[in-house]
Unconditional design. Structure first.
Ligand SMILES: C[S@@+](CC[C@H](N)C(=O)[O-])C[C@H]1O[C@@H](n2cnc3c(N)ncnc32)[C@H](O)[C@@H]1O
Length: 422
């Protein structure tokens, strides 16, 4: 495709993303379906450039003011993530000079909000929690793209076998530092074509998500509920750690998300999973399981702010008011889900949010209302779960799991673990 045509298409995509009416990944997928002729490299440049605009929107909009022509084209030029000389082939004389001039701006002298590129409502709680130095490290980390992590399906293969098979196919992967199931790939190969993927030996799953399933420690023959299963990333990990025995219910209010679990289940070789669409957390099927379940994982709906590396649009689509509503929803789901546990049973509450309001504050409200649940320090649970002992301390704060993109190279996650007293 001619450079200018690709730049114009990129500007068109940016225009649609900046409406913020749908998730960016949904819009990008729909855009690629509409433009089937685009090659792999063109898609990469287009999507990465559009995501770069979402990541650094305040900075780029500020710098773009001095240019000419449609704003989305200026943003695409400034954020361009493809080949540099290809871009130059798309620019007119004015744009070439302008780009040169903008590149010479000393960005370290710009106001803080143009350097961290986060909305005010998010800056305050994060700065308060982390202090200045860590806050800036986090702001930098969430503006990078995330590595590609795989979880090895231990029902079908061992981690070192998959690592060797990937190497034979020309891909380098290293064991993840914390999860005993994880491999981190170099680059971003098209996995769908690889044998290890087709045969269900691996699934794509961020290392942080793997740690949530590890905290649940689902065992052979147990009755387990993944209460907010979605497309089943954690369900698959739980089913494998149950060695395909017992009963694993995958609940979710979204039938559409549960549908996406089906092909993944087929690849995984699991036959102990029962997907169930519930109407709400108060569904009769939830009530019927009261006091019967060994382990419940509540991977609650949340702001997703721990996944900003993958979903940078979330910082512009979420709000302080939205987070307050989520807190109430999370507590309601956790309360309902907790009733299913039998004495001695384990409850895990998790989010991929960075904010205390969705994390410690929900855990604290739950604990105050439920003295029948005793907190199990996350560091003790992780020590059982084959996470390397010497690394566990860095993963936990005040007895909770707390993962941060700038410290752990994973998405941001929180988890609290309780046991129901006898
Ligand atoms: C963080 S996502 C789950 C991701 C999933 N566990 C995974 O590993 O891929 C939260 C899920 O909660 C579901 N959800 C929202 N409200 C719910 C409710 N009241 N009861 C159960 N699930 C709910 C959403 O549909 C969404 O799929």
């Amino acid at each position: 495709m001619h450079p200018n045509a690709l730049l114009e298409l990129t500007a068109e995509l940016i225009d649609s993303l900046l409406l913020f009416d749908k998730p960016a990944d949904t819009l990008v997928s729909a855009f690629f379906r509409e433009h089937r002729a685009l090659g792999q490299r063109e898609r990469h440049a287009l999507a990465e450039t559009a995501y770069a605009v979402l990541r650094r929107r305040p900075l780029l909009q500020h710098l773009a003011q001095s240019g000419r022509g449609p704003m989305s084209r200026r943003l695409a030029i400034l954020a361009w993530e493809g080949n540099e000389s290809f871009l130059r082939g798309a620019l007119n004389e004015f744009e070439l000079q302008w780009l040169q001039q903008v590149k010479s701006v000393d960005r370290s002298k710009l106001p803080a909000k143009l350097r961290h590129n986060l909305p005010d409502w998010l800056v305050e709680p994060l700065q308060q929690r982390l202090g200045d130095e860590q806050f800036w490290a986090l702001a930098e980390a969430v503006n990078q793209s995330a590595p590609l992590d795989l979880r090895v399906n231990t029902l079908k293969a061992k981690r070192d076998e998959v690592q060797a098979a990937l190497k034979t196919s020309g891909f380098n992967a290293a064991p993840t530092p914390y999860s005993p199931w994880g491999l981190r790939l170099e680059g971003k190969p098209a996995l769908q074509k690889l044998d290890v993927f087709i045969s269900g030996q691996v699934e794509v799953q961020d290392e942080g998500s793997q740690l949530l399933a590890l905290l649940t420690e689902a065992k052979r023959g147990e009755m387990v509920v993944d209460f907010c299963a979605g497309a089943g990333g954690k369900t698959l990990a739980l089913g494998a750690s149950m060695r395909n025995t017992g009963r694993l219910y995958a609940f979710d209010v979204s039938g559409h998300r549960l549908e996406k679990l089906k092909p993944r289940l087929a690849r995984s070789g699991l036959s102990n999973v029962y997907p169930v669409q519930i109407s709400s957390e108060r569904d009769d099927r939830v009530k019927r399981l009261a006091g019967k379940v060994d382990r419940v994982l509540v991977d609650a709906p949340c702001s997703g702010l721990g996944t900003l590396r993958r979903n940078p649009d979330l910082k512009w689509r979420q709000s302080a008011e939205g987070v307050t509503e989520l807190h109430a929803k999370q507590l309601a789901i956790l309360n309902s889900a907790s009733r299913m546990l039998k004495p001695g049973g384990r409850l895990v509450y998790a989010t991929c949010s960075l904010l205390e309001e969705e994390n410690e504050s929900v855990a604290q409200a739950f604990a105050e209302a439920h003295p029948e649940f005793e907190l199990l320090p996350a560091q003790d649970v992780l020590a059982h779960a084959q996470v390397p002992e010497e690394r566990i301390a860095t993963l936990c704060e005040n007895g909770f799991l707390r993962l941060w993109p700038h410290r752990h190279e994973s998405d941001g996650f929180f988890a609290a673990v309780w046991q129901r007293r006898n």
